[in-house]
Design a protein around this ligand. Structure first.
Ligand code: XUL
Ligand code: CO
Length: 438
């Protein structure tokens, strides 16, 4: 135990009438939902970066948290202390998984040699902690956006020497993820885009990104990593434009480089809204394209146009997203990572617990709502009926590739009827959702 959370008892399920703010009202990990325990359905992960790395700074001011485990360059003792703190937190909260960027966990490093050695040191230490606590790795990643060397991109950098540093980071983060039994590996291209198109060779940069991703996939197979690789779409911030804009754009990119069967997506609601989409749109788009992977749960602020990474609290939105996740077959290797941070004024370690307890309860509630929607699938039945015409007659013929444009035109002319418009029943269906949100 780390000594920082001694005043917090392990969080227990007490049910919805409990008055104790540090208990679960809905997250009852063993409860059966659609044939699996809630814990297995949700696969909840706590992230390293917002909880144990960020010190509360924003663009106008410095840190407000004063966490004692933030260390200087090559300070391995501080990195170990951070690991103790993180695993103490996971143990008291009761989440099964965690996620990390390489630099979140290890002693800060400058040279490639320091990077590799400091990472290897902390991976050993983390492996020990995982063994003694039973906590598992949902996914790992490499941070190729914070260090100034990446100001003009990682694999899309105009300088291949920077791309080589990125290769070093991805190689070792992927190998660390493999060694720690991670279910997936994420690539978020924070700086894989441009600040101005005036100094950018867009086609060249996308080819660099495509080639780098192919090399990453090849390395995954070479080392025998059986987990998934996921790209995390985001339209902009920090750059003006990011190549991995949204799920649809990522799919087009994967197709262009022949990677659509190798790589999926890690969807984040606040990134979806920045791209002008709803959360459920991105989830269902990934289902439709066959690239569903994992979720970085959070929320934005409707009045602010940036990635505020707040903890999710919208039950209707989360229920709908969960409905589409379940409709897509539920999580396989993926899970529910909270890519969310407490506000800068929430400076007590207790606030980290309040935030996660509330978000885990929200997901549990949304899961139960969505499971009830799936069992009595009014939306699904409605959709089936709406498209029923496509499984017979001319509709079927067209979809089987057995009708030409001229044949279809002649069919229409022969019938000589204008098809009657049919209601889409939007308000009725919205009422079905309102009734399901409990
Ligand atoms: C940034 C973001 C990242 C990725 C991992 O907006 O979401 O934290 O999830 O690099
Ligand atoms: Co994220």
């Amino acid at each position: 135990m780390s000594g920082y959370f001694d005043h917090i008892d392990p969080i227990k399920f007490e049910g919805k009438d409990s008055e104790n703010p540090l208990t679960f009202k809905y997250y009852d990990k063993g409860k059966n939902v659609l044939g699996k325990s809630m814990e297995e359905q949700l696969r909840i992960a706590v992230c390293y970066w917002h909880n144990f790395c960020w010190d509360g700074f924003d663009v106008f001011g410095g840190g407000t948290f004063n966490r004692p485990w933030h260390g200087a360059v090559n300070d391995r003792k501080a990195a170990e202390m951070k690991t103790d703190v993180a695993f103490d937190f996971f143990t008291r909260l009761g989440n099964p998984f965690f996620t990390f960027h390489d630099v979140d966990t290890m002693a800060a490093s400058e040279t490639p040699r320091e990077h590799v050695d400091n990472l290897a040191h902390i991976v050993d230490y983390i492996e020990g902690k995982m063994g003694s606590t039973g906590k598992k790795l949902l996914w790992g990643t490499a941070n190729m956006f914070s260090h100034p060397r990446y100001m003009s991109g990682a694999s899309t950098n105009p300088n291949p020497e920077v791309a080589a540093f990125a290769a070093l980071q991805v190689r070792h983060a992927l190998e660390a993820t493999h060694r720690l039994g991670g279910a997936g590996y994420v690539l978020w291209g924070g700086r894989e885009g441009y600040d101005t198109i005036l100094n950018t060779k867009v086609g060249q940069e996308m080819d660099q990104l495509g080639r780098f991703l192919t090399m990453t996939v090849e390395h995954k197979h070479k080392i025998g990593f059986k987990g998934d690789i996921w790209i995390e779409p985001k339209p902009h911030e920090p750059t003006k434009h990011q190549y991995d804009r949204d799920v649809g754009t990522v799919y087009g990119f994967l197709k262009a480089y022949g990677l659509e069967n190798e790589v999926g997506v890690n969807i984040e609601p606040n990134h979806a809204t920045l791209a002008g989409h709803s959360f459920e749109h991105e989830v269902e788009m990934a289902n439709a394209l066959g690239i569903s992977g994992s979720i970085d749960f959070n929320r934005g602020d409707p009045q602010n146009g940036w990635d505020t990474d707040q903890f999710p609290n919208d039950l209707r939105e989360t229920t709908l997203a969960m409905y589409y996740i379940l409709k897509g077959g539920g999580f396989k290797n993926g899970g529910s990572n909270f890519d969310a941070k407490v506000r800068r004024q929430s400076r007590d370690v207790d606030d980290l617990f309040y935030a996660h307890v509330g978000a885990m309860d929200l997901l549990a509630r949304a899961l139960e709502n969505a499971a009830a929607m799936i069992k009595k699938d009014t939306l699904g039945d409605f959709r089936e009926q709406r498209y029923a015409g496509w499984s017979t007659g001319m509709g079927r013929k067209m979809m089987d590739g057995k009708a030409s444009l001229a044949e279809m035109a002649d069919y229409c002319l022969e019938k000589n009827e204008s098809p009657a418009p049919v209601s889409g029943r939007q308000e009725y269906l919205e009422n079905v959702v309102t009734q399901a949100v409990k």
